[in-house]
Design a protein around this ligand. Structure first.
Ligand code: ADP
Length: 192
């Protein structure tokens, strides 16, 4: 089973993806994690994306589609969870083509709905806790960059909600519950 977790920054996609990895043996493909790894390992591509990410802008479709293409050729076990990808209509079209090349299909797109003020509070709060504990803080987890990431989401990623709805793949769930409540709502979608 291959699924997309769709939702704004801070909606809880990563947390829920991690649970699906543990409970169902699925493979999480997070373009955000891949891009941060490229940036931290100091590759040429990493240098290109670092400033773009720090501002909260989207990295080019070409770069992220390339990252996903490489990973789709590897191990697939219990299926893929796409987390933070696709983020544009062009990426969604590319994903459909890449899956078809592998003889795979997309089974379900789950949208996590959370209001903006909660998102900003979650992300900025998490950054403040990390800073107080002397842990590393993401360069894009300040209020200005978070608001910019949200605007990018509404402009470029939210159109995917209609795109997948029209394909009969979309289920929207309330992302404001506890982690366990959201987990149960996702399980209900995947097991129906
Ligand atoms: P979040 O969902 O918390 O905003 P991610 O870790 O998914 O964070 O992504 C962090 C940053 O990485 C994004 O703001 C963007 O710059 C870049 N990025 C991640 N995935 C994509 C993508 N699919 N397309 C373009 N840029 C991306």
């Amino acid at each position: 089973m291959n699924i997309i977790l769709l939702g704004p920054p801070g909606a809880g996609k990563g947390t829920q993806a991690q649970h699906l990895v543990e409970s169902r043996g699925m493979i999480q493909l997070s373009t955000g994690d891949m891009l941060r790894a490229a940036r931290d390992s100091g590759t040429e591509m990493g240098r290109i994306v670092a400033d773009v990410m720090a501002r909260g802008d989207l990295v080019t479709d070409e770069i992220v589609i390339g990252l996903i293409r490489e990973r789709l050729q590897g191990e697939r076990a219990g299926g893929f969870i796409f987390d933070g990808f696709p983020r544009t209509l062009a990426q969604a079209d590319a994903l459909e083509a890449l899956l078809a090349e592998q003889g795979e299909t997309l089974d379900s797109v789950i949208e996590l709905r959370v209001d903006d003020e909660t998102l900003v509070r979650r992300i900025v709060g998490r950054a403040e806790e990390a800073r107080a504990a002397g842990q590393p803080v993401r360069a894009d987890d300040n209020e200005e960059a978070v608001r910019h990431r949200l605007m990018e989401y509404y402009k470029k990623t939210a159109p995917l909600i209609g795109y997948y709805h029209a394909r009969g793949k979309l289920t929207s769930i309330d992302g404001l519950g506890t982690i366990d409540e959201v987990r149960a709502a996702i399980a209900a979608v995947l097991d129906r």
